[in-house]
Design a protein around this ligand. Structure first.
Ligand SMILES: N[C@@H](CCC(=O)N[C@@H](CS)C(=O)NCC(=O)O)C(=O)O
Length: 194
């Protein structure tokens, strides 16, 4: 499989998941002009222009973070229990990540006017408080094992302080724990972010 990514972008979540699940993968980076590192127009890979995209072994391309993370979990039989409430809670959490959290960060990445950023910042602070409460004393969002929302949350927590978005102490500690996991360390090194 080939993961199309941009260093530090939300594709970091999929990158961590691929390493964590030990699925074989190759990385191809995309630059700001939407060219692949091997010189192709990225829009021929993902016409939406976003990373991540995952090229499967038969050449099919899967897009959208939520779907790619769920696919990685399905292929590896890890990061998402087959059944039981934790499965549905993990899907609930990853939907929240993809819509409210990632959507809330977008005004900062797009450098939208200050009032829009302020509105988004205030909402994100509330959302992070909810996630901190949900995390409680657990190692990962849903228990003692990583599930697919965790690497996505790690990515969001990496960017929140850069944009002055306060993160509860509990999530700061979670971020530090995640950062020291071998899979996360490896992904950061491979993206040149360590
Ligand atoms: N709906 C997409 C959005 C992904 C997305 O926003 N990716 C950002 C990087 S974090 C991107 O590629 N931005 C490039 C752009 O906006 O042109 C998904 O969930 O995968």
């Amino acid at each position: 499989m080939i993961l199309y990514y941009a260093p530090g972008a939300c594709s970091l979540a999929d990158h961590i998941a691929l390493i964590e699940t030990r699925l074989p993968y190759k990385l191809i980076s995309i630059n700001r002009d939407k060219r692949t590192e091997d010189g192709r127009d990225y829009l021929t890979v993902n016409p939406k222009g976003y990373v991540p995209a995952l090229e499967l072994d038969d050449g099919t391309v899967l897009t959208e973070n939520l779907a790619i993370l769920a696919y990685i979990a399905h292929r590896s039989e890890a990061l998402l229990p087959e059944d039981g409430l934790t499965r549905w809670r993990a899907l609930e959490a990853i939907s929240f990540m993809a819509t409210e959290i990632h959507g809330g960060l977008r005004p900062f990445f797009k450098n939208l006017p200050t009032p829009e950023k302020e509105r988004a910042r205030n909402l994100l602070i509330k959302h992070f408080a909810v996630l901190a409460q949900q995390l409680g004393d657990k190692a990962f969002l849903l228990g003692d094992r990583m599930t697919i929302p965790d690497p996505y949350l790690f990515w969001a927590l990496k960017w929140a302080p850069v944009h002055g978005i306060e993160v509860p102490e509990r999530l700061q500690a979670y971020f530090a724990r995640m950062k020291s996991l071998p899979s996360v360390e490896q992904a950061l090194v491979e993206e040149g972010l360590a």
